[in-house]
Design a binder for this molecule. Structure first.
Ligand code: ZN
Length: 356
């Protein structure tokens, strides 16, 4: 865009107009996000949360998304006449989106419950203030000033590195020191980064189902190699490989074959040790690659969320569905509730939703 033809006056006027429009659009966006949140429309589009929709779907940075969502939350918590006032202040630039978002963060961290009137009074105090002045105000009135301090920060510093800033409490420092002592024979003076890597690797090896599955596959391969020798296989291992193809390295393909093969159920019935419910659930998680498989049929977007996974019965248990591999699918918490809502209705499921 070439603006050389504009006079200085025109350039100033045009810029003011654009900024005014931009602010109004931002306020309008807050209301639209409010309505999308209320209707939980982001779930239908394959997003696990409003934040996920704003960052991934609308392509806002995490910080920009948080500012908008928090400002939206503050708006909806205020009485209608105050909402109008906040809207006006945002539109005219009397208060910044950042300060409105900071006010909401402050209210969320406070132990004290603020009435809508108290929130209104607080809002009037942040009008016209800079970000720094707002932070000072929050410190001066907070019931727990320690909580207001930003405790953690992460910043990308190279193509492969991120700088982390955390505040470690005494207990964590003691744990780090003890871990250093216990592993001194391997590394006499590990850095904090090395200690955290060691601790996270250890924990993930214990609780990450994907890693456990890999280990099982490795063990299975070893057993299969041994089986080629003229030895008798351990009975349990042999049965497991017959019963439960999901435990083998090519499980996904095998599972698909099993689900289509009409002889498969007969084989399972004939066996005295059918797979346990826990092993079926593990197989469902592995088949769905440890992520929510909810798909928006209009856009084709798959949720793919890896947090707080749950198993959903396609044919609900309450309606006679069984915990078979074919009847299970992986869902994040939000999409599992959506599926339940579709079956049992909104009013029944309303109690399960958290207040957002
Ligand atoms: Zn999901």
């Amino acid at each position: 865009m070439d603006l050389y033809h504009l006079s200085d006056q025109e350039l100033w006027a045009k810029t003011d107009e654009i900024v005014s429009q931009e602010r109004k659009h931002t306020t309008e966006l807050l209301w639209h996000l409010r309505e999308i949140s209320k209707r939980k429309l982001y779930l239908d589009r394959g997003f696990s949360s409003l934040y996920n929709y704003v960052t991934v779907g609308l392509k806002y940075t995490p910080a920009s998304a948080m500012r908008r969502i928090k400002a939206m939350k503050l708006l909806r918590a205020l009485p209608e006449k105050v909402q109008k006032k906040v809207e006006e202040s945002l539109n005219t630039g009397k208060v910044s989106l950042s300060n409105v978002s900071s006010l909401q963060s402050f209210l969320e961290k406070e132990k004290k419950i603020y009435t809508p009137e108290a929130k209104q009074e607080l809002f009037s105090k942040i009008e016209g203030k800079s970000q720094e002045e707002c932070q000072k105000l929050f410190f001066s009135i907070s019931t727990d000033p320690e909580k207001i301090l930003p405790k953690e920060k992460s910043r990308v510093v190279s193509a492969t590195e991120t700088e982390l800033k955390i505040i470690a409490e005494e207990k964590l420092m003691q744990n780090i020191q003890r871990l250093k002592e216990l592993t001194a024979h391997k590394n006499s003076n590990p850095s904090y980064a090395e200690v955290f890597e060691m601790a996270t690797e250890f924990m993930l090896n214990k609780i990450d189902p994907e890693r456990n599955q890999e280990k099982k596959s490795e063990r299975k391969s070893k057993v299969q190699i041994q089986a080629r020798e003229p030895q008798v296989l351990p009975v349990q291992e042999n049965k497991a490989s017959q019963n439960f193809a999901a435990e083998s390295p090519n499980s996904r393909n095998q599972n698909e074959i099993n689900s289509k093969n009409t002889n498969a159920p007969q084989k399972a019935e004939a066996n005295s040790n059918p797979p346990s419910e826990a092993s079926i659930k593990r197989a469902a998680l592995k088949r769905d690659q440890y992520r929510c498989t909810f798909k928006d049929l209009i856009t084709g977007k798959i949720c793919g969320c890896k947090y707080g996974l749950e198993l959903d019965h396609i044919h609900p248990v309450a309606l006679g569905g069984k915990s078979t591999l074919d009847n299970l699918r992986v869902r994040c918490r939000a999409h599992n509730l959506l599926e339940a809502e579709r079956v049992f209705g909104k009013s029944v499921m309303q109690n399960y939703y958290k207040n957002e």
